[in-house]
Design a protein around this ligand. Structure first.
Ligand SMILES: [Zn+2]
Length: 304
């Protein structure tokens, strides 16, 4: 992993020390690939009338899931506040692979008062993106720590955010699938401004009730608030970067820098577009369906 870490730091412009294939094998050794779903069944043309999975990919997507998730190298894309963390975390528990959120890595570094923390605080408070170098450094350290503990496979959340980061990642790890979560901008803004955290237990809540009526054939969207239990209600705080001007700046930067990342993966036939039909109760079952994992959850609850 030291080699891979050096590779990651070096970026795509320098000549790699080892081939991407070897780096990939280093990273996911002992796995044998099992194709458990046919490509055509992965992306239904439509799930129901209210929510369709768009796919204009040139190549069909093939979803491969190794027992215990060893072969899962997935990436979650989506605007800030869309709920990447929530869905990535649920999926990671379901298929047994770590959920690695670069936002968490940044926050941990910020809290650590380490060498990068004051530099990071300045960048984050302005709603700016942390540089590729810092993110790649934090991510390499996290992957190394994980591998030392015997982790295999991962779901990345918040990385890659730029085409350059995607190129670095593509050079060392074979990403199987990129899930792009999509939500209308007005809903995104309301959702971000409604976010609250319990200052005592760290619980995440949302006080916004989003109810957008459908018009001209576009489906409506309803997201219920996620209200705190009585014990947390008086201790709610708003994250300093959930202010309207910061949220809008994040969305602007996202559109400018991350949209090309969607195109990057679309060209490689790895992008799954998923329009969120609402909150978790509406979206979770449809996401599992889109990933052909609905039977996996059924199996789990049946076994429980
Ligand atoms: Zn609490």
């Amino acid at each position: 992993m030291v080699v891979m870490s050096r590779l990651l730091r070096a970026g795509p412009s320098t000549s790699p020390l080892i081939s991407p294939r070897i780096a990939c094998r280093l990273f996911s050794s002992f796995t044998s690939e099992i194709t458990i779903h046919s490509p055509t069944s992965l992306i239904p043309n439509s799930i129901n009338n209210n929510n369709s999975i768009n796919s204009s990919n040139a190549k069909p997507l093939i979803l491969r899931i190794e027992p215990h998730g060893r072969n899962v190298h997935w990436v979650f894309l989506g605007c800030p506040g869309v709920g990447k963390g929530t869905y990535a975390s649920r999926l990671s528990k379901l298929i047994g692979v770590p959920h690695i959120a670069t936002g968490d890595l940044v926050r941990e570094e910020l809290a650590s008062s380490g060498p990068l923390s004051s530099k990071l605080a300045e960048i984050v408070n302005q709603g700016k993106l942390v540089s590729d170098e810092i993110i790649v450094d934090l991510l390499s350290r996290r992957l190394e720590t994980g591998e030392a503990k015997g982790e295999a496979g991962f779901i990345l959340d918040g990385f890659p955010r730029t085409v350059r980061q995607a190129e670095i990642l593509e050079g060392v790890i074979d990403i199987d699938l990129v899930i792009n979560l999509k939500l209308r901008e007005e809903a995104l803004l309301a959702k971000c401004l409604g976010r609250r955290i319990c200052s005592e237990c760290g619980g995440n809540y949302n006080v916004a009730c989003i109810d957008i009526k459908g018009d001209d054939g576009s489906p409506g969207l309803y997201m219920a608030p996620l209200l705190p239990p009585p014990g947390c209600a008086s201790k709610l705080i708003t994250r300093s970067d959930d202010r309207e001007e910061v949220v809008k700046e994040r969305l602007r930067i996202y559109n400018e820098m991350t949209r090309p990342v969607e195109e990057f993966y679309q060209k490689r036939g790895k992008l799954l577009q998923f329009d969120l039909p609402g909150g978790i109760p509406e979206s979770w079952p449809k996401l599992l369906q889109a990933l052909n994992l609905d039977d996996q959850e059924d199996g789990q609850s049946a076994a429980a």
